[in-house]
Design a protein around this ligand. Structure first.
Ligand code: NAD
Ligand code: IPM
Ligand code: MN
Length: 354
């Protein structure tokens, strides 16, 4: 079980350190090797996804990633930006299926900005397509053009999906729904965008092969609203790369904090990259206060999806529940009456609970 660890930038090294401690505490034969991605890689090598990292990531069975990006690199040319490194590794490893479960731990019912009764018992899985859509569509760019009779800058991107890309992500979503509550909501913008009309047509076609799954469709603007109005109506949601990026951040707040939301990015053979859904949080980086639970829970997803170690995955998740029941909270999920702890102490507590 070879794992490539990419701490990345900002809070990345702080939170991955805790997840690595948790992985090492399990009685498993894991080989961990660290490499650079994102701004850290730009500083060291000039590029965000250097060759040495590519080699390690390709050879590994799974990748554990912190987060990338930060103001330090925001003015670099686009191809040198840390985010390009993240997009690059996702594409390089064909990690088209991004699973972002939003689960509310009962202890955090009051940490959400929504009323406890709206979110209690919440258990949604967002399936986000990760290697296509407007994120990767060509052509794209910024250039001078004549518009309205004068030369001016124009920026453009291409939102595009091929049938095979839609089919393979919908298959992941239908199959996930079969293993859960058998409800699948496909989110699109078919009233405006052709690419998502195709998406909806294919979902309907495939729905015939999954008669046990209750398939519904929702326009993305309504989905954004329904997620905060009545989130428990959803079981599995499936959508494209950009809508999924936005909706999963929104869903994270239902669980109390984005610091709680893990993710798995899988290829067709369950090789995966596992990372929290949040970013490098430059505003709290280096302070030892970031919530490491999303990363620790991502490590649990790694054991489940790539290594088929369900028992070890469940052990981590149970340990996290225990720690929350003990009343330990990082700042993002803190509420009066609980005990505020830092990143390292939270990691210590999870290790003790293991
Ligand atoms: P962000 O997710 O980094 O932060 C948003 C807010 O959530 C901040 O207030 C932050 O402090 C808080 N937050 C995030 N994770 C937390 C945690 N574990 N514990 C406590 N609080 C947490 O989003 P942003 O500020 O828009 O982006 C910052 C940088 O991260 C940008 O460079 C962006 O491109 C990058 N980014 C990277 C990833 C990734 O690597 N997967 C994801 C999103 C954003
Ligand atoms: C995420 C992030 C990335 C994305 C960025 C940093 C490229 O927001 O993982 O959700 O948009 O996919
Ligand atoms: Mn995002």
């Amino acid at each position: 079980m070879k794992i490539c660890v990419l701490p990345g930038d900002g809070i990345g090294p702080e939170i991955t350190a805790e997840a690595v401690r948790v992985l090492k505490a399990l009685d498993l034969k894991l080989e961990l090797e660290e490499a650079q991605l994102g701004g850290a890689a730009v500083d060291a090598t000039g590029v965000p996804y250097p060759e040495a990292t590519q080699k390690l990531a390709r050879a590994a069975d799974a990748v554990l990633l912190g987060a990338v990006g930060g103001p330090k690199w925001d003015t670099l040319p686009r191809e040198q930006r840390p985010e390009r490194g993240l997009l690059g590794i996702r594409k390089d490893l064909s990690l088209f299926a991004n699973l972002r479960p939003a689960i509310l731990y009962p202890e955090l019912a009051n940490a959400s900005t929504l009323k406890a009764e709206v979110v209690s018992g919440l258990d949604i899985l967002i399936v986000r397509e990760l290697t296509g859509d407007i994120y990767f569509g060509q052509p794209r760019g910024i250039e001078m053009r004549e518009v309205e009779g004068r030369q001016q800058r124009v920026g453009w991107n291409t939102m595009i999906y091929a049938e095979y890309e839609i089919r393979r992500i919908l298959k992941v979503a239908f199959e996930a729904a079969m293993k859960r509550g058998r409800k699948l909501c496909s989110v699109d913008k078919m009233n405006v965008l052709e690419t998502t009309q195709l998406w909806r047509d294919i979902a309907d076609e495939m729905g015939k092969d999954y008669p046990e799954v209750e398939l519904s469709h929702m326009l993305v603007d309504n989905a954004a609203m329904q997620l905060v109005r009545a989130p428990k109506q959803f079981d599995v949601m499936v959508t494209g790369n950009m809508f999924g990026d936005i909706l999963s951040d929104e869903a994270s707040m239902l669980t109390g904090s984005i610091g709680m939301l893990p993710s798995a990015s899988l290829d067709a053979n369950n090789k995966g990259l596992y990372e929290p859904s949040h970013g490098s949080a430059p505003d709290i980086a280096g302070k030892g206060v970031a919530n490491p639970l999303a990363t620790i829970l991502s490590a649990a997803m790694m054991l489940r999806y790539t290594f088929d170690q369900e028992e070890a995955a469940a052990r981590i998740e149970t340990a996290v529940k225990k720690v929350l029941a003990q009343g330990l909270r990082t700042g993002d999920i803190y509420e009066p009456g609980t005990t505020k702890v830092g990143t390292r102490e939270m990691g210590d507590a999870v290790l003790a609970a293991l």
